[in-house]
Design a protein around this ligand. Structure first.
Ligand code: ZN
Length: 68
């Protein structure tokens, strides 16, 4: 009987049977640092008041837009 070892990236959940590839996956994820801005619609158009998009600063300094 063979014992099989596998690794799971703790950030994205992808499973690997190669430890180096899993370490590279974890190191490759660029994490958010803070929200730099948000866009909203009027309460007539979006009664919940949540933003329709946000701009997020990443740990590499880039600012990325995310939309609902
Ligand atoms: Zn990953």
């Amino acid at each position: 009987m063979k014992e099989v070892k596998h690794y799971i990236c703790e950030i994205c959940g992808t499973e690997y049977n190669n430890k180096d590839r899993c370490v590279n996956c974890e190191k490759g994820h660029c994490k958010p640092v803070k929200i730099k801005g948000a866009k909203y619609l009027s309460l007539d158009r979006n009664a919940k008041g949540y933003p329709t998009s946000i701009h997020v600063e990443m740990e590499d300094g880039q600012v990325i837009a995310y939309k609902r």
